[in-house]
Design a protein around this ligand. Structure first.
Ligand code: NAD
Ligand code: TYD
Length: 333
């Protein structure tokens, strides 16, 4: 089976390819990635030369390139490629509309033209917006509140529209916040782990009470493979792990695991439009037979150990292009 993985040099996509090669010998992976600031050749260098693996540096918005790739035959698509950081979307929304919405349109058009066995659109729980109590079901209203989540919703519903209008076999997944190895250190957990290792202040937005549901990246990827196999075309599946904690608790957990003082945590000016709480109801995917395996305790220990063991990976990032972004975003915090 020839599988197009877009965004496979990023955090979740590179872990996905690693998992696929562990699990299957008959999947041929074509990894298409633009290598933006978030796409890292280091994440995928272990796959070089592996049989059944091809890397193409390119943009999902490039319709000629996408046509060429599909012309050679693609059985399935896992669309991970996206601009993904909420804070950046507040500064540079255009890149999000371009890649997350238009790029998905280009892929869907190619799938329509050449046919596709199954198209997995990797959406996010952020499309529901914030919820005070309880958890969102797949049928609940969609109220994204950042340029990131709004652009992801554009792609999410466009994929659905191609299922309804053109009968394409499309499944949409909406997962909660991922953590684990190879996550770009602008995101909360790897930023705080690496800052804490460096003995830097940990900038907690607002009052630190915002809640996210954290899932270990491998559990998310197992769920994607599961719905690819068992899911129903046109359906949406929430994915989550029911590890809901306020950010302050996570920050303290990181300090504890690294044996650093908790007073490294500093409250800073809040993110504009900061969603208070994300929470998804995962009973639909559970009823099909999937559930997360990794406890938060275990996953966080493994994650902290990975960043401790791989300073070359993140030091290079933090002293490179990241620095300019970080200084800009944090200058008024
Ligand atoms: P990431 O930012 O680490 O990786 C994104 C990858 O996409 C990078 O390798 C980048 O180079 C590539 N890319 C960006 N624009 C591209 C383009 N125009 N053409 C080709 N490649 C391009 O992101 P991630 O955290 O791995 O997220 C992957 C997907 O999962 C995204 O669609 C995201 O919305 C979704 N998601 C993420 C989370 C999370 O917690 N990280 C949760 C739910 C859903
Ligand atoms: P993030 O990793 O950016 O994911 P998302 O906003 O998509 O959920 O942030 C997770 C939570 O951590 C979110 O509530 C914002 C907060 N946060 C901080 O408090 N400080 C930081 O420096 C960052 C990056 C995030």
């Amino acid at each position: 089976m020839r599988v197009l993985v877009t965004g496979g040099a990023g955090f979740i996509g590179s872990n996905f390819i690693r998992l696929v090669f562990e699990k299957f010998t008959d999947w041929e992976i074509i990894n298409l990635d633009k290598l933006t600031y978030a796409g890292n050749p280091e994440n995928i260098k272990e796959f070089e030369g592996q049989s059944g693996y091809t890397f193409i540096q390119g943009d999902i918005c490039d319709s000629e390139l996408i046509d060429e790739i599909f012309k050679k035959g693609i059985d399935a698509v896992f669309n991970f490629a996206a601009e993904t950081h909420v804070d950046r979307s507040i500064m540079y929304g255009g890149d999000f509309i371009q890649t997350d919405v238009f790029g998905t349109f280009v892929l869907l058009e190619a799938a329509k033209k050449y046919g596709i066995g199954r198209f997995i659109q990797i959406s996010t729980d952020e499309v529901y917006g914030s919820i005070k109590e309880g958890s969102f079901k797949e049928t609940d209203a969609l109220n994204p509140s950042s340029p990131y989540s709004a652009s992801k919703l554009g792609a999410d519903r466009l994929a659905y529209a191609y299922h309804v209008t053109y009968k394409l076999p499309i499944i949409v997944t909406r997962c909660s916040n991922n953590y684990g190895p190879y996550q770009y250190p602008e995101k909360f957990i790897p930023l705080f782990i690496t800052h804490a290792i460096e003995g830097k202040d940990l900038p907690l937005y607002g009052d630190g009470t915002n809640v996210r549901d954290w899932i270990f990246v491998q559990d998310h990827n197992e769920a994607l493979i599961f719905v690819f196999d068992k899911g129903i075309d046109g359906e949406v599946y929430n994915i989550g792990a029911k590890n809901e904690f306020p950010n302050l608790e996570i920050a303290h957990k990181i300090c504890e695991l690294l044996k650093k003082p908790k007073d490294l945590v500093k409250l800073v000016k809040d993110r504009p439009g900061h969603d208070a709480r994300y929470s998804v109801d995962i009973s639909k995917i559970k009823a099909l037979g999937w559930e997360p395996k990794k406890s938060f305790e275990e996953g966080m220990k493994e994650t902290v150990e990975w960043y401790k063991a791989n300073p070359d990976w993140w030091e290079k990032i933090k002293s490179g292009a990241f620095k300019e972004y970080y200084e800009k975003w944090y200058k008024d915090r």
